[in-house]
Design a binder for this molecule. Structure first.
Ligand SMILES: *[C@@H]1O[C@H](CO)[C@@H](O)[C@H](O)[C@H]1NC(C)=O
Ligand SMILES: *[C@@H]1O[C@H](CO)[C@@H](O)[C@H](O)[C@H]1NC(C)=O
Ligand SMILES: [Zn+2]
Length: 614
């Protein structure tokens, strides 16, 4: 899993070009308004709504006509208090354990320790724990056997983790490590990840620069499937704990590590069983904070922005079946089942789900954080996003503008998506198809839910069904009704959920002002600020929440804590390529920072008072 958030370079260029073009047009036609706006801009825009905004706002593509500002960074003077859009926590470094933290950084700077840490990951990558959509539960398929090999490897590489922590195997291969703290009154923290990887397609093997399960460290990169997703997470947290144990650290606050085995196929066998076990042992809301994979940080030129995912879209697969009378194709009706199904698909695609950038949404916070701190974005755009905090027209302009720049990406961020991914129909060229079907995959907006998706199907398909003289059975029926029941019509449309359980969008993790958020973001800032990599950057860093458009194991963990963060401390440039494709590789020094992040997070959580209220 990974979550991209901010503007890539192409997009930035497009954005800038677009704004320049618009400015040119407006400077021509609206210099009177321009003067008025400039005057107003000398006041705090957030405190009032400029009358001319309203006028300009009549067209969604009108922008504040202004010269590009060259205000000093950070942009807090004059019109807008940008930092108020995205409040930042203080850096948090271990203080009672300051000496230990320093000692750890010395260790992590040593060549032998680095190579040990890199090989921890490399060796794990060499054990191909691939997971498959069709795999039965552990114990019923020999393809799970590689997980036993991985466990043996863990035992060998992390002897202290295995001797000092309590190890529990769940559903054979899911792993939970319990590191008892000395103070029972402190709520445990939990770090999670997954042991499985997506398979390597055999016909892509020759496209890999290094063999896909080589785990080869070439001096810069560690290569292979899982090097990023998610063996880097699993191995970085194990490496951090082993190192802390080596230094004799004894936690006051209990630390739990949990690693699923089938995140890449939904997480049922791993996280599903882990969650059940953890709820039994630690109780509902039994953890102060949970950190799983996701997110990361990105160098935007002048600043670094780190984006823990604090919200996650939902998911629903809908099957549409069309049942018609069969027969010989020498005397066909005007529409066969395939023809009907095609019409239904066409009307679904002609009526995409509504998109809306909501002010209360997590992604609006993401945009605000980018506007607040990314000074490479056009200043007019930044002002517009700032105004959108209180101005509905500005909000609509932001939405429309972004959708015009990169429609698919922003539709996914602003609303529910639909993708017709499967189709089946017809068995013989001279026979009318009696039963045809298709499946649509939906990722549900954080402000919507599965019920709304289903009801939209009914809204869109009912009139089409009537027009086609088809009977519509939507979602409610326990069994497929026989065609006899619908003799009055030319056929039957049946809508139903299929495959995975419907997944509602995740509960939104509290952010600004929440103690757990402060602890996480303060730790991120201090880890970035004390980075020991050779290509260390001194750029100012900021943390802002982000919406995940994919899913992780965390959807099983909702009842363990409300403070769920999907965050892997890894820079975007520390990935050679995207996950789930060829040439997965992680920059070794970036991975080491991930180890440092977990180490500091455990130390910070151990001594902080920020978690006292949970
Ligand atoms: C609908 O289909 C049925 C069955 O083929 C047929 O009897 C009926 O006349 C059709 N109704 C309309 C309005 O076409
Ligand atoms: C959380 O607990 C509620 C109430 O017991 C239950 O209905 C729900 O299914 C649980 N959610 C998850 C993700 O386990
Ligand atoms: Zn993953």
């Amino acid at each position: 899993m990974s979550g991209q958030s901010y503007f890539d370079d192409t997009e930035k260029r497009a954005l800038e070009k677009g704004l320049q073009a618009k400015e040119a047009v407006q400077l021509d036609s609206s210099h009177v308004l321009d003067r008025k706006c400039s005057w107003v801009r000398t006041r705090r825009i957030l405190a009032l709504i400029c009358a001319c905004t309203f006028l300009l706002g009549q067209s969604a593509y009108s922008y504040w006509p202004s010269a590009r500002s060259s205000r000093p960074y950070p942009l807090t003077s004059g019109d807008i208090d940008y930092s108020a859009l995205c409040p930042q926590s203080e850096e948090i470094s271990p203080s009672a354990n300051a000496g230990l933290a320093e000692q750890l950084d010395k260790l992590y700077s040593q060549r032998e320790v680095k190579e040990w840490a890199y090989e921890n990951l490399g060796g794990a990558v060499r054990i191909p724990t691939e997971t498959y959509d069709d795999i039965p539960p552990p114990g019923e398929d020999s393809r799970w056997d590689t997980f036993a090999v991985l466990h043996k490897y863990f035992e060998k590489r992390f002897p202290l983790v295995h001797s000092k922590l309590q190890v529990t195997k769940i559903n054979m291969y899911a792993l939970v490590f319990h590191w008892q703290g000395s103070d029972e009154s402190l709520k445990p923290i939990i770090l999670t990840g997954h042991q499985d990887v997506v398979p390597v397609l055999p016909d892509t093997v020759d496209q890999w620069i290094q063999p896909p399960f080589s785990g080869y460290y070439d001096g810069t990169w560690i290569w292979g499937r899982g090097s990023c997703d998610d063996k880097s997470g699993t191995l970085a947290s194990l490496t951090a704990v082993e190192t802390l144990l080596k230094q004799g650290f004894k936690p006051k606050r209990t630390v739990v590590l949990a690693y699923g085995i089938d995140e890449e196929r939904g997480g049922e066998h791993g996280a599903g069983h882990i969650a059940e076990y953890l709820l039994k042992v630690y109780g509902e809301d039994g953890f102060a904070v949970l950190v799983d994979e996701g997110g990361g940080y990105k160098d935007l030129g002048n600043v670094i922005i780190s984006s823990p995912n604090t919200a996650e879209k939902g998911k629903l697969n809908v099957q549409i079946e069309v049942t018609t009378l069969g027969g010989h194709s020498s005397v066909p009706p005007p529409h066969t089942g395939i023809g009907y199904l095609s019409t239904l698909i066409t009307s679904l695609e002609a009526n995409p789900f509504p998109v809306e950038l909501k002010r209360s949404s997590t992604y609006f916070k993401t945009l605000q954080c980018a506007a607040a701190y990314d000074d490479s974005l056009p200043s007019d755009y930044r002002e517009l996003v700032a105004k959108a905090s209180i101005d509905d027209i500005a909000l609509a302009q932001v939405q429309e503008y972004l959708l015009a720049q990169r429609p698919d990406f922003y539709r996914a961020k602003f609303g529910t998506t639909q993708a017709i991914d499967l189709i089946h129909g017809g068995v013989k060229v001279n026979a009318l198809p009696e039963h045809v079907w298709t499946v649509a995959n939906h990722r549900i907006a954080d402000w919507s839910n599965p019920a709304e998706v289903r009801s939209r199907y009914i809204d869109v398909l009912s009139p089409v069904a009537t027009e086609l003289n088809l009977t519509l059975h939507a979602f409610g029926l326990p069994a497929l009704p026989s065609l006899e029941q619908s003799r009055a019509s030319a056929g039957l449309i049946t809508l139903s959920d299929i495959y995975d359980e419907p997944l509602a969008p995740a509960p939104v993790t509290p952010t600004f002002g929440s103690p757990a958020w402060e602890l996480l973001s303060g730790t991120i800032l201090s880890t970035l600020g004390s980075a020991i990599r050779s290509d260390v950057t001194e750029k100012p860093a900021y943390v802002g929440p982000e919406l995940s458009i994919g899913n992780t194991d965390t959807h099983y963990y909702w009842n363990l804590t409300r403070n769920i963060f999907r965050y892997g401390h890894l820079g975007e440039d520390d990935r050679y390529n995207g996950a789930h494709t060829v040439n997965e590789a992680i920059k070794a020094e970036g991975y080491l920072e991930k180890v440092r992040f977990y180490s500091r997070f455990i130390l910070n959580a151990d001594e902080t008072h920020l978690l006292d209220s949970y």
